[in-house]
Design a protein around this ligand. Structure first.
Ligand SMILES: C[S@@+](CC[C@H](N)C(=O)[O-])C[C@H]1O[C@@H](n2cnc3c(N)ncnc32)[C@H](O)[C@@H]1O
Length: 242
């Protein structure tokens, strides 16, 4: 059985691991790259890759059995512009993204990240200031960051963090909103939420041509806001994790 949640702070998920050269991952390593953080069983990217052959798609997932199952499907489908890799976004992405050729990262999707509700578990939430800055550093002006969640109390602090960085511009409601998904494929979680008739919160951002703020400044902003609002905390229980 695949665990529902893993604790991204546990020691086994802290290891550095190099990104294999893009030439070993994709048939045409020069194509623009779409990175999906938390790709789970991979069904979203398995459907996206044939629809967007002008890009390479990389799914990053912390639960190894899901990566292996998604890779089996990818090989079965003969998709050469798609790969799934095991890794911890917070540990591995800063190193993976820094050496990418300027402008290659075209789109980052972070969809329905694990809902760590409790304030004391907030460091397990995937969108931390350091990760946001690593993404922003790798996204050239105009390139996109797409966030979705069914939990308003969790997407709100994500939006606040992105907006506090000062380097992203929010796309208008005609491009992205509760009833408008800018992408042609729904994720597994998204399909489930929509089938239950529940709302989906979405934000699409474009990188502005502005310099990155210092990490300490962004962390301070987050701490100040947490002290003021207790952000995202509610009475729900976080799922068990190793
Ligand atoms: C709730 S699922 C959503 C999956 C998919 N994006 C969707 O919308 O259906 C969140 C996924 O993110 C993965 N995940 C959580 N923390 C992660 C991290 N630090 N690095 C990589 N993947 C992570 C989880 O294992 C899980 O598969």
């Amino acid at each position: 059985m695949v665990r529902q949640h893993v604790n991204p702070l546990s020691r086994i998920h802290q290891l550095a691991r190099p990104l294999p050269p893009l030439i070993e991952l994709f048939a045409d390593p020069s194509l623009p790259l779409h990175l999906d953080i938390g790709s789970a069983r991979g069904r979203f990217l398995l459907a996206m890759a044939p629809l967007a052959p002008e890009r390479n798609h990389l799914g990053l997932e912390i639960r190894r059995p899901l990566v292996e199952a998604a890779e089996d499907d990818r090989r079965r489908d003969g998709l050469t512009n798609l790969r799934f890799l095991y890794g911890n976004a917070n540990v591995n992405l800063p190193e993976w993204l820094a050496p990418l050729p300027a402008g290659q990262l075209e789109l980052v999707t972070l969809q329905f990240p694990d809902p760590w509700f409790k304030l004391r578990h907030r460091k397990r939430r995937v969108l931390q200031p350091a990760l946001l800055l690593a993404l922003a550093a790798a996204l050239a002006p105009g390139r996109r960051l797409f966030l979705q969640s069914d939990v308003e109390g969790l997407i709100t602090p994500m939006r606040q963090l992105v907006e506090a960085s000062g380097v992203f511009e929010l796309a208008g409601p005609e491009e992205c909103g509760p009833t408008v998904n800018p992408l042609p494929v729904a994720t597994e979680r998204e399909a489930q939420v929509l089938a239950e008739g529940k709302p989906v919160h979405r934000s699409l951002y474009r990188r502005r041509a502005a310099p990155l703020p210092p990490l300490a400044e962004l962390e301070r902003h987050l701490d100040t806001r947490l002290e003021a609002t207790g952000d995202g905390t509610d009475n729900r229980h976080d799922a068990a994790a190793d």
